[in-house]
Design a protein around this ligand. Sequence first.
Ligand SMILES: [Zn+2]
Length: 128
Amino acid sequence: MYCNDYADETVATIASEQQRIVLTRDRALLQRKIIRYGYFVRADIPKIQIKEVLKKFGLFHLIKPLTRCTHCNGKLLETHKKEIEHRLQPLTRKHYDKFLVCTACEQIYWQGSHCTRVQRLIDEFVQC
Ligand SMILES: [Zn+2]
């Protein structure tokens, strides 16, 4: 489950138990002995941090836009409009036909104007 306000001890425990890599700008956190894999992110601007981490770990080929929920990181699956149209606002129901639903939190997604911005941002990362 995604959370951006874990205590340092919780981050260290999760990283240790799940063999995860801790990405942080907190040197004290990385010095905890329980953390086996860690990386100090040098950039302090989020867009540049993303590029730095993608490059450091060679992750560019793993970018799969619009496959995970931005709220909880659950997987998104296509759904039929009829199954979720009772949850849509009238203009969304009128103008869109293709929808994705988060398998974890049931958030609904559609190809609105934000998708163009997201795709532009991803294109920017991929061109590094
Ligand atoms: Zn979700």
